[in-house]
Ligand binder design. Sequence first.
Ligand SMILES: [Zn+2]
Length: 357
Amino acid sequence: MLPNFYYHPRMMSYDFGPRHPLKPERLRRTIELLQRYGLEPIDPGPGGQKYAMRVHAAEYVQAVEQLSGPGGSSEVDGYEFGFSAGDNPSFKGMFEASLAYLSGSARAAESVRDGAALAYGIAGGLHHARKAQAAGFCIFNDCAVAIDILLERFEKVAYVDIDVHHSEGVQWLWQHDPRVLVCNIHQDGRTLFPGTGFPDDRGEHFTIINMPVAPGTSGDVWLWAFEHAILPALERFDPQAIVLQMGTDSHWLDPLARVENSAQEWLAAVEGVQKLGKPIVALGGGGYNLTTVPRMWAAACLTLAGLEFENAIPADLAEAWGTPTFFDPEPLEPRGCGRLHAEQVVEWLHENVLPHL
Ligand SMILES: [Zn+2]
């Protein structure tokens, strides 16, 4: 049984169009796969703007609503709020669609705030949205909202982001609050959107942990860096609850970035967070290969719930999707790529940030 799993098909309406890489199909497949393991999703309801108002500017929330109407809005300049062709085209119904995924993450956070050990908002994890701007396929920052909700009960909250892109939206919204540790492991911003996330933005309270890895980094090194930078920071900070953003786009098959993770190396990071024994709000995030996202998310959700599963994916789904197993065949070669860069960053963080936690 997967507890407190908030999902409703209306979240599939978050759709920038057929040529956009963020495809609702990845969500549909994840749910279908998890239903074979007993998932019964809970409808979080359509949500309302009260959640968005926790971290976003009122004028931005209003602009999203106006741009979302039929034909958009002649009064609002979408460009000013981050909407433009390419990454973030505005679309009809985007206000309701954004509130829908936000509602799932917010309800998951409320469950943990109210005492649950684990809750899921797998349609969320949209970590790039800023206070008054859409960015990187993200309209409302459900990760930042989940943190805000947890702070109603917990004195210290950690945000852990394993998406291949740096979560500048979450960092900028929370970097001044000493109660929140924001941790990222991501492909170096000099080579990937959004171009942020350097180790020395450690924040005035030393609560920003940025662990960039070089393009081409292999999964063994990525996991080593996670275990030597992010986990020790979490142990030192000792949060009472964790928001875990589970972007899957560091997989070697992902088309948008160049980190060479296997599903099992990526999952080992999720397990590392789980072993800390803190309440977790588990969110989705990036991931653009339809053969990897559903199996990685399903594996992570089952693992977090302590449910055992065989490596083989149910035969009909395996055949329809071309994905026979949850995990990748081993070994993925070559190994050890990006080690020097990762070692230098880990050493720097141990000298300059971790001692202050
Ligand atoms: Zn991403």
